[in-house]
Design a protein around this ligand. Structure first.
Ligand SMILES: NC(=O)c1ccc[n+]([C@@H]2O[C@H](COP(=O)([O-])OP(=O)(O)OC[C@H]3O[C@@H](n4cnc5c(N)ncnc54)[C@H](O)[C@@H]3O)[C@@H](O)[C@H]2O)c1
Ligand SMILES: [Fe+2]
Length: 388
């Protein structure tokens, strides 16, 4: 469900599906912003109960998921509401599955580790960024390895996504900027990965990320156009409803696009950058995007020329190569305008860190196998060096 005011229908939607007891998985900022009260009021109006777990934190670890599961064991809900940015929604998605199947969040890293669906989840995003409300993946930190890892399973997909731009009006400018750049990365990566037909896998063995198709292209194009038009205003005029609406739709469409098409080198490189610098996911992906685009450009200049055009650049009369180069510039400008750091060294990364980070990134074949230009450790290190 998408639209201003949609969140007020959460109680009615749950009741229609036969649910009666919710556990709302969220964080203290959502309580402070009055969003939890709004959700509870809707539940009460439809004669449902809503317990609250507000132990969510940005970039959560398995410990947060396990605490949410413990809260669920107390509250015995028949469905879960994930309210917040990607962090809270990811916790809600994994907690709902771990609650049903037992064990701890750390037992489920990797692909397809849940044998069946868990508790149903309603996801209500409060940032315009991750698209987690529609994806079959959650990103959780493994404290033992001090690294964010994916838990991926079709059973993680929320039963219902309620995407209400009104929930983003209190989102702080920095979070709006970083998560908004992440949405742009999702759309650009989904639009520029290899084709669906390029993956040579036996029938029935298709991975979740399986290449771009006309449907994901349409979603990505619309998302990129919306972000080019609305991200700056969403950051600098937090109450600008048209901008918030445009960005929330963009993040949703970008999530739908990458959930099928896949992601690429930007995401593979962000994991080690985030682990080393303790910066947010969106800051890292946004910072890295223009440098990765610079590397990928020769593989498909036409695609990046179109991205430049959708971001609002005038490419009339330009060669594809020149228009593609303009794409790099357009992304740098947007990144700079919304206040993201420009270079890895601005985050305290040292030159000696680049090689080990490239080695780490190269292990994420789930993300790299769809790259339009081959990526080995040397190429990844080259991208990091240009970003540094
Ligand atoms: N599952 C996926 O498909 C997917 C995709 C991309 C990223 N992620 C993950 O999502 C996380 C990042 O999520 P994010 O960028 O949405 O940020 P976030 O969820 O970490 O939120 C950042 C901060 O903003 C606050 N906040 C969010 N919305 C607010 C609002 N409306 N009002 C007031 N405060 C608000 C939160 O309380 C939090 O402190 C990372 O862990 C990342 O790895 C997941
Ligand atoms: Fe992302």
């Amino acid at each position: 469900m998408f639209g201003c005011g949609a969140a007020a229908q959460v109680g009615a939607e749950a009741r229609q599906r036969g649910f009666s007891r919710a556990l709302i998985i969220t964080d203290p900022n959502m309580v402070k912003a009055g969003l939890v009260d709004r959700i509870r009021a809707s539940l009460v109006e439809s004669q449902l109960t809503g317990e609250v777990f507000d132990g969510g934190v940005p970039e959560p670890s398995t410990a947060v998921v396990d605490a949410a599961v413990a809260a669920a064991r107390q509250a015995r809900p028949d469905f879960i509401i994930g309210l917040g940015g990607g962090s809270n929604m990811d916790v809600a998605k994994v907690a709902a599955a771990v609650y049903a199947h037992g064990g701890s969040a750390g037992d489920y890293f990797g692909e397809n580790r849940f044998p069946a669906p868990g508790l149903p989840v309603f996801a209500l995003p409060t940032t315009a960024g991750t698209g987690s409300e529609v994806t079959a993946v959650a990103i959780i930190e493994d404290p033992a390895r001090r690294l964010k890892l994916a838990v991926a399973s079709p059973y993680l997909k929320p039963r219902l996504a309620i995407v209400d731009p009104l929930l983003t009006l209190t989102c702080p400018p920095r979070v709006s900027a970083e998560s908004g750049m992440d949405a742009l990365v999702h759309a650009v990566e989904a639009y520029t990965v290899l084709d669906y037909d390029a993956l040579d896998v036996p029938a029935g063995a298709r991975p979740q990320f399986s290449g771009k198709q006309p449907i994901t292209d349409a979603l990505a194009e619309r998302a990129i156009r919306l972000i080019g038009r609305h991200l700056r205003a969403a950051v600098y005029q937090p109450k600008n409803l048209a901008a918030r609406e445009g960005m929330h739709l963009a993040a949703l469409l970008a999530g739908m696009a990458f959930n099928s098409a896949g992601l690429g080198a930007v995401h593979a490189l962000q994991y080690p950058v985030g682990a080393l610098t303790h910066t947010s996911h969106g800051l890292g992906t946004g910072l890295l995007l223009p440098y990765v685009v610079g590397y990928l450009l020769p593989a498909n200049p036409n695609a990046f020329a179109r991205v430049a055009f959708w971001l609002g650049e005038d490419i009339a009369g330009m060669s594809a190569a020149d228009a593609g180069a303009l794409c790099v510039e357009a992304i740098q400008r947007l990144k700079c305008d919304v206040g993201l750091p420009m270079r890895l060294r601005d985050l305290g990364v040292r030159e000696a860190d680049l090689r080990p980070m490239a080695e780490q990134a190269a292990t994420y074949q789930r993300l790299l196998r769809l790259s339009p230009r081959p990526l080995d450790i040397a190429a990844l290190e080259g991208i990091l060096r240009s970003a540094w």
